[in-house]
Design a protein around this ligand. Structure first.
Ligand code: CU
Length: 174
């Protein structure tokens, strides 16, 4: 008798090659330091600091300085010029009662020359805060007054007889 033992050799090639990839957690285990996450917020939409001359700021009202000035049309960029002319007695503010341009931006060392048109009566130029410069009062056509700006800053000036009409200006030295 032959007993056949069908031995089933379960030789399963149990590929026990379980590639246990113990990848050490490459995420998360690191020191999670910043609690807020260093998201330095880049929203500069509302921040209008005086040190950054953005295009938007150049339409600034200079703290209401030009509220009554109907010919104010933004800051005219006159930088890198030796001499800049502003007309005194230009049309505006209900007559010849305007500085034109009302606001200019110049470089240090620039001489601003105010030149009278002869219109609008008697005018002058007075630096409002400290009296840094002051012309005489005159209605003479072709009269000029000049001042050389050396230091950076905002220099607000007025025509004394017509300040309340809005005959004011500003020189921005950057
Ligand atoms: Cu005036």
């Amino acid at each position: 008798m032959v007993e056949m033992f069908s031995r089933r050799t379960f030789l399963r090639s149990t590929a026990a090659t379980a590639t246990i990839s113990l990848l050490a957690g490459c995420s998360g285990s690191g020191g999670d330091t910043g609690s807020d996450g260093g998201s330095e917020n880049g929203d500069d939409s509302e921040s209008t600091t005086e040190s950054t001359p953005t295009a938007e700021q150049e339409q600034a009202s200079f703290d209401g300085w030009f509220d009554r000035t109907d010919n104010y049309d933004g800051v005219h960029d006159k930088t890198d010029q030796d001499s800049v002319t502003v007309t005194v007695g230009a049309e505006g503010n209900g007559g010849g009662f305007a500085f034109e341009p009302a606001a200019v931006k110049v470089s240090p060392g620039t001489t601003v020359v105010w030149e009278w048109t002869g219109e609008g009566g008697t005018h002058n130029v007075l630096e409002r805060e400290n009296g840094l410069f002051e012309s005489e009062l005159t209605a003479e056509e072709g009269f000029t007054f000049e001042y050389t700006f050396e230091d950076a800053g905002e220099y607000k000036y007025v025509c004394v007889p017509h300040e309340t009409l809005g005959m004011v200006g500003v020189v921005v030295v950057e």
